[in-house]
Design a binder for this molecule. Structure first.
Ligand SMILES: Nc1ncnc2c1ncn2[C@@H]1O[C@H](COP(=O)(O)OP(=O)(O)OP(=O)(O)O)[C@@H](O)[C@H]1O
Ligand SMILES: [Mg+2]
Length: 293
């Protein structure tokens, strides 16, 4: 049995949301339209980071779950390589599950408290036949840990609660590195990290895009991180994509009132410094600058 090739280096991949609507039952018989006729696609042939920016409750996580196949939309279609995700064959579904990888906000919830963190890697190796035998598997794990600048001796053999939030989140990135997907769906991956660890994480995410060609949907409510990673952005407002373009274009000429408001009220990770910074363009590049008082 051959070791599966890395997915990202194979043919160009496309995942597409087509007119997706998600309705949830609300309170007292009402309905919540979490996602309202959303269409966009992610393509692997021109690897990009696309940020999805919006306030709490605007439908970001619902879109992430739909892309990951964790939620069937009320209407509309999700296609992977032109085929409805719901009707993929078994082997196509395995490829899709490897090729579209999540990184969630709270990595603590991903780890089973009763097992050492090593288990997430061995499971991935087994499920996707990434290596044969213990030595080859261990090599692969160490290589991926090093790619996210974690020392194997610091993290292997430990339980999730014995690690820092930043280490747990980088373990998830190491798992992504090991699987080499075409797409990464990162739902608020840095919201729980402090400023320095946050930057470190974003740098690895940018490195994955540039070095391995991973196309990333980066979900956030924080425009300063969008300015930092660059690429493309979409603004979501009450379940609808109200604006999209390159980060540079949108931040220079925001057309939707909500994007303007976001740009004017960029919070910073430091709670004492909240609302005292804003995004401004310097030589055409968005930067975070303090508001002069
Ligand atoms: N399983 C569910 N059942 C009922 N309502 C839901 C469910 N999941 C999400 N919702 C509702 O759908 C809307 C969108 O939720 P979603 O989690 O996608 O927002 P979000 O943009 O990710 O918010 P946040 O920034 O707080 O994470 C919200 O009104 C939410 O309450
Ligand atoms: Mg969310």
């Amino acid at each position: 049995m051959a070791v599966a090739e890395t997915v990202a280096e194979a043919v160009a991949k496309t995942i597409r949301l087509d007119d997706i609507t998600q309705v949830f039952p609300g309170r007292l018989g009402t309905k919540v339209v979490a996602v309202d006729h959303v269409s966009f696609e992610l393509k692997s042939d021109t690897p990009r980071i696309a940020s999805l920016v919006g306030a709490s409750g605007s439908g970001k996580s619902t879109i992430a779950r739909i892309l990951l196949g964790l939620q069937r939309p009320t209407s509309g279609q999700v296609t992977y390589q032109g085929k409805d995700v719901g009707s993929l064959s078994r082997s196509e579904y395995t490829t899709y599950r490897r090729d579209v990888q999540p990184v969630f906000q709270d990595p603590y919830a991903i780890f089973n408290p009763f097992y050492r963190v090593d288990r997430i890697f061995w499971k991935a190796i087994r499920n996707f036949k990434l290596a044969h035998g213990r030595a080859a598997g261990m090599n692969k794990i160490e290589e991926s840990l090093e790619a996210v600048r974690l020392r194997p001796g610091e993290v292997l053999g430990r339980y999730a609660h014995q690690l820092s939030g930043g280490q747990r989140q980088r373990l998830m990135l190491a798992r992504v590195h090991m699987l080499q997907p075409s797409f990464v769906i990162a739902d608020e991956p840095v919201s729980m990290l402090d400023a320095q660890v946050r930057r470190h994480f974003l740098d690895i995410m940018i490195d994955f895009q540039q070095t391995y060609g991973m196309t990333t949907l980066f979900i956030t409510h924080d425009l300063s991180t969008v300015a930092y990673v660059g690429g493309d952005m979409m603004t979501i407002y009450k379940g609808q994509i109200v604006e999209q373009g390159t980060v540079k274009e949108v931040m220079t000429h925001p057309s939707h009132a909500y994007t303007k408001l976001l740009i004017d009220s960029v919070p910073t990770p430091d709670p004492n410094d909240r609302w005292k910074t804003r995004v401004e363009l310097k030589d055409g590049v968005p930067r975070i600058v303090p508001i002069e008082t």
